[in-house]
Design a protein around this ligand. Sequence first.
Ligand SMILES: [Mn+2]
Length: 339
Amino acid sequence: MENTDFAAISELLSAPQRILITTHTNPDGDALGSSLALSFYLKKKGHLVDIMVPDTYPEFLSWMPGCENILIYTINKEACQNAINNADITVAADYNQLSRLNEAGNMVRQSSAKKVLIDHHLNPTDEFDFKISVTLISSTSELVYNFIESRGDLHLLDKEIAECIYTGIITDTGSLSYACNYVKTYLIIAELFRLGINGEQLHRLIYDTYSENRLRLLGYSISDQLVVLPEFYTAFIILSKHALERFNHQIGDTEGIVNYALSIKNINLAALFTERDGIVKVSFRSKGNFSVNKLAMECFGGGGHRNAAGANCTTSLEDTVMKFRNLLPSFQSQLKTVY
Ligand SMILES: [Mn+2]
């Protein structure tokens, strides 16, 4: 269900507020883009704004304007706790349940602040007082643009805000290759260019920043660890803790690897299994009408979007992969007739 409490949230912002914008663990381009864009805008409207992330954002996004002021829970708990306690309003940007803040989630849940959600993931929880929840949209960053537009404030956009929104749209759509069949997305991008962004430079900043290790990890993932099961229209990649250590894995290095598995002709479902400390992170991708959100939610306790979802499993790497493989026969006919 779509939910856009634009008016109610505007009402909430009619006087200056202390606002804490929060976003999900392993923050990506849209998490940071939407949070930073919203914070720049709200500051221009006279609010006091902080941004908190549960854990470190990847190095390749550290050029983003305003990044240096983001509070990182795992690094500075005290400052984060103070920000949570002092907030009149907390905003959940680009995620749909407070548990995605890990340890900080409980604190936000228990705080007396009004809780606002702005997000494009399916099925947000009932933990929020006000919601802007739209799923048929490229990104939360686009939703932030729409929110600013709904308040008649597009004149407040500037190049910095535009760079943040553009980064969110580009990274959440695989450089405009999925979740972007919308006229509005392109109209917004045109506006962002009018505001002076340099699309070519931003693309380089976002994508041409691989370390040698990251590129070699990608090569290893594809040449040694890719399993293709044509009879199930499925391909997946398994990365053990040992392999990640061998390539001196840094946060964000496995980002995008799963998409290579999906890029094979006639492969409609792809997965990446990454073994971390105590958990196995699974990323799912699909083509067309096959919903990995449903698969992630019903079988692995995760979620996300129709064509991109994930889950964190406490089972061993072997067991998690086995569970996935054993599920495939039940999806075979669905995967065969993807449109
Ligand atoms: Mn997003």
